[in-house]
Design a binder for this molecule. Structure first.
Ligand code: 1HE
Length: 262
């Protein structure tokens, strides 16, 4: 990984790279980290071309919230074609985050709402502070989701629970989110970032190809038939198990030491 540190000047997204982990922080605390076009662009730019040596991204918010979702002040009456293009752009950015090649760990707290929940669902590992509130308020605001929730949240919750969540605007807390799969961990109060960092370090210690294949393959296999999924699995096994890192991983196990991956 990258030793030393690097930092960008402050925009809506700050990026600090330390020991192979890119700390990405949504920096609009006064707006509860609402996702305006500039912030979405910064996320896109980072994940489309992660800096050399970054093994894992750690994504979090500032000011006690992850994100209150789409910046509603930028969304005053766009015509239908513009809304469609905006939504398709979000889809592309969320896909870039999920499939860009970097494992993404999200530290959640406070509002994880609307587009904020869509962003969280594009991350691979989600750690929720006890303060976390998950909500899809769109159904109560006269709109629909547009940043991928139908697919990503729909597949986590199932359509039945997502319909109910949107019709009633209900909020799920961290523990409920854990039970439903919206979060994978609930941290100690105030401890989401620290726990997320510890998990990020664990992931950064894996073989890069293995991480890459886990991210690329599993959710795509979910879209395939059973036969195609099993076939794709064998291709992934052939690719990973013949790598240099696989030889090192097995050798290290037999020699009772930590592996040193390339
Ligand atoms: C915002 C936004 C926002 C806050 N866009 N400005 N998302 C929502 O519908 C969530 C809307 N937000 C809220 O429900 C609340 O703000 C919170 C529960 C997140 C936080 O409450 P609170 O009391 O701590 O803060 P606040 O006073 O409500 O907000 C502080 C400021 O942030 C205030 O601005 P100010 O200039 O008056 O100080 C708010 O206007 C601003 N703010 N949230 C713009 N979302 C691609 S489709 C995706 C669909 C969606 O994501 S829909 C949006 C869903």
């Amino acid at each position: 990984g990258v030793a030393g540190k690097a930092e960008t000047e402050s925009g809506p997204l700050t990026i600090r790279i330390e020991d192979g982990i890119a700390h990405l922080t949504l920096q609009r605390p006064d707006k509860r980290n609402a996702l305006n076009d500039a912030l979405v662009e910064d996320l896109r730019a980072f994940f489309a071309a992660p800096p050399e040596g970054v093994a894992v991204a750690l994504l979090s918010g500032s000011g006690g919230h992850f994100s209150a979702g789409l910046d509603l002040s930028e969304h005053v009456s766009r015509p239908a074609p513009e809304v469609m293009k905006h939504s398709r752009h979000w889809h592309s950015v969320m896909d870039t985050i999920q499939f860009g090649g970097l494992p993404v760990v999200a530290a959640l707290e406070g509002a994880v709402m609307g587009g904020g929940l869509e962003l969280a669902a594009a991350a691979h590992v989600r750690v929720a502070d006890p303060s976390t509130v998950f909500q899809l308020p769109e159904g109560r605001r006269g709109i629909f989701v547009g940043g991928g929730a139908s697919v990503r949240i729909g597949r986590i919750l199932g359509p039945d629970r997502m319909v109910e969540m949107m019709l009633t605007g209900r909020k799920y807390d961290a523990q409920e989110g854990l039970a439903l799969g919206l979060a994978h961990y609930v941290s100690e109060p105030g401890g989401a970032r620290a726990q997320a960092l510890s998990l990020a370090r664990t992931i950064a210690g894996n073989a890069p190809l293995s991480n890459y294949i886990v991210i690329q393959a599993l959710s795509r296999i979910d879209d395939m038939s059973r036969a195609d999924g099993l076939f794709a699995e064998s291709l992934c096994a052939a690719l990973s198990q013949t790598s240099e890192d696989a030889r090192e991983g097995l050798k290290a196990f037999l020699e009772k030491r930590k592996p040193r991956f390339g």
